[in-house]
Design a protein around this ligand. Structure first.
Ligand code: SAM
Length: 253
């Protein structure tokens, strides 16, 4: 990628994610707190389930993870097919290279301008990116359009977003407000419908993830209650399918 340092949006993104410490901080965030780790693992399981459900058995396919970070998903995707990761941050990609033992193809690029031809991938995924596109010039719609463009016809696009009606996210919102920082770009079902309104698709499914953790602020990580939390989530996800700390959106092109 030719890094255009005169483009203020890219400059801002590289400053935010291009630090040597960025991968360590992200992996620490993902793995340290039991509740966060639980949600991440639940999210990965859900994603893999959606992909497997849509694929013909024994058929090799190619998958792209946009904003792949340290390769959290790629390590799992490699067992399903050929995996490609794109990220704006070099340090994140270097860590992804280590985490995937060099088995994934990793490319430094901007999610708003993906360096691939139309209809290239069977599956395109993206997690924890759209809510982080909170700068004045960031354009989540453009990212989604790019993901759509590079997905093959009849292919699958799956992305996740954090919701604003969850306790940890509301706390993060208030902290940002108090620190006069721009809050993360949290989503609701309505906002997802607006985002996906103009793309031509076979179907869109929205799934709420982990409704129970909506009620837990970050500071209360009940390690001893994880099994119970999982059981409650299994029930609530069926009863309240559009409610949760995250939404997972599955689009069939
Ligand atoms: C919060 S991390 C999530 C990483 C990974 N998807 C996961 O779930 O573990 C967000 C990632 O998106 C990348 N990113 C942010 N803006 C981007 C852009 N415009 N194009 C490509 N990558 C971007 C960051 O460098 C960072 O690695």
């Amino acid at each position: 990628m030719t890094t255009n340092h005169t483009n203020p949006r890219l400059k801002r993104l590289l400053k935010r994610y291009g630090k040597k410490t960025s991968p360590v901080r992200w992996d620490f965030f993902v793995g340290y707190r039991p509740l966060v780790r639980y949600r991440m693992e639940r999210q990965t399981k859900k994603l893999l389930g959606l992909i497997k459900r849509n694929q013909q058995s024994n058929q090799e396919f190619t998958l792209l993870d946009v904003g792949c970070g340290t390769g959290r998903y790629l390590t799992h995707f490699l067992s399903l097919g050929k995996a490609v990761g794109v990220d704006i941050s070099k340090p994140m990609l270097e860590q992804a290279e280590k985490n995937t033992n060099g088995r994934a193809t990793l490319i430094q690029a901007d999610a708003e301008n993906l360096p691939f031809k139309d209809n290239t991938f069977d599956v395109v995924t993206c997690s924890y990116l759209l809510e982080n596109l909170n700068g004045p010039k960031d354009n989540p719609k453009k990212v989604l359009n790019e993901m759509y463009r590079v997905t093959k016809n009849k292919g699958q696009i799956i992305f996740t977003v954090e919701t604003w009606y969850s306790m940890p996210n509301l706390i993060s919102y208030v902290i940002s407000f108090l620190k006069r920082k721009t809050p993360l770009n949290f989503y609701s079902v309505k906002k997802i419908k607006e985002l996906t309104k103009r793309i031509d698709v076979q179907s869109i499914n929205i799934y709420g993830l982990s409704p129970i953790t909506v009620f837990f602020p970050w500071a209360r990580d009940p390690l001893s209650m994880m099994k119970l939390i999982e059981r409650i989530d299994n029930k609530l996800e069926k009863l309240m399918p559009l409610f949760g700390t995250q939404l997972i959106i599955e689009i069939k092109k």
